[in-house]
Ligand binder design. Structure first.
Ligand code: ATP
Ligand code: MG
Length: 284
């Protein structure tokens, strides 16, 4: 998958992507990171052809995606968006959407890989549990795991993962991360990451800032470069340490009224706001 000098604007006088080029070689994982509003999710929307480019090309297997049908494009790409929208139907229906002809066993296997089967077992109606309007009756983490199960069932050659930014507890986050790692193994994967700790092993990391690639390389190369990536990394490290301290303090019954220290995690906080997330097609 290759981006060649891709430029894009949602509105005429504000450039969002200013001519970016990168490649995700077959079977490799490339991560895109950067401040909130940099244009990361926009990249995934363009790949799915929710919008047309204002310049450049996106190629998959050497073919310009503007010249293939949207249907065939969406068949090869599995997308786990930042904010999953589910159909107002059962959990089973929502997972099976990934591949209609899948058997119940296949649906259940996908659910267990996405680590949502224990939740389903606890629900009185199991797989026939209704998820509600847009998935309202599930938590953010549960919804995302349904989307992951759907993608596992689809087994697309190309994966696009836009990490959840909602405040997941660290246990759920770990589970989702494990599920995502399992799906992406051996697949051409573009991952948009907010928690840098999840992408340290990516083949290449692209740092996007205001629609421009400002740094690129492996995790260790970027740390050595001491630029934006390194400062984001350090900030997240500090925030994580503060959270751990907070958790330890929480266990300390002797100090029940202790005020939590302020956590300076600008990236996560800002990203959680996500004011313009498009109502991404529930299909993906
Ligand atoms: N539909 C839209 N119309 C107009 N502007 C938009 C639209 N969607 C996004 N934008 C703007 O484009 C910029 C890039 O948005 P994008 O969603 O790609 O950011 P992001 O890097 O994914 O941020 P985050 O880390 O918060 O998810 C933002 O400044 C946003 O305000
Ligand atoms: Mg985003």
């Amino acid at each position: 998958m290759r981006f060649e000098n891709v430029a894009f604007s949602y509105e005429p006088n504000r450039k969002i992507l200013k001519g970016i080029s990168f490649e995700v070689p077959a079977g490799k994982t490339v991560a895109v990171v950067g401040p909130s509003g940099a244009g990361k999710s926009t990249i995934s929307r363009l790949l799915f052809r929710f919008y047309d480019l204002s310049g450049g090309r996106i190629l998959i297997d050497g073919q310009d995606i503007a010249k293939v049908t949207q249907k065939s494009l969406r068949e090869v790409i599995g997308m786990v968006p930042q904010d999953t929208v589910l159909f107002n139907d059962t959990i089973r229906y929502n997972i099976r959407y990934g591949r209609w002809e899948a058997t119940n066993e296949e649906v259940e296997h996908a659910a267990s890989l996405a680590q949502i089967d224990s939740l389903i077992r606890m629900a009185p109606k199991g797989y026939d549990t209704e998820v509600g309007e847009r998935g309202l009756k599930l938590s953010g983490g549960e919804k995302q795991r349904v989307a992951i199960a759907r993608t596992i069932l689809k087994t697309p050659p190309i994966l696009v993962l836009d990490e959840a930014t909602s405040a997941l507890d660290s246990h759920t986050e770990r589970e989702i991360q494990d599920a995502l790692e399992r799906v992406s193994k051996g697949r051409t994967t573009l991952v948009i990451a907010h928690r840098l700790s999840t992408i340290v092993s990516a083949d290449e990391i692209i740092v996007l800032e205001q629609g421009t690639i400002v740094e690129r390389g492996t995790h260790s190369q970027l740390l050595a470069a001491k630029g934006l990536y390194e400062s984001m990394w350090n900030r997240q490290r500090e925030a994580e340490e503060a959270r751990e301290k907070l958790a330890r303090a929480g266990e300390d019954d002797a100090a029940p009224n202790r005020n939590p220290p302020a956590v300076d995690d600008a990236i996560t906080t800002a990203a959680a706001a996500e004011p313009f997330e498009a109502p991404v097609d529930a299909a993906e």
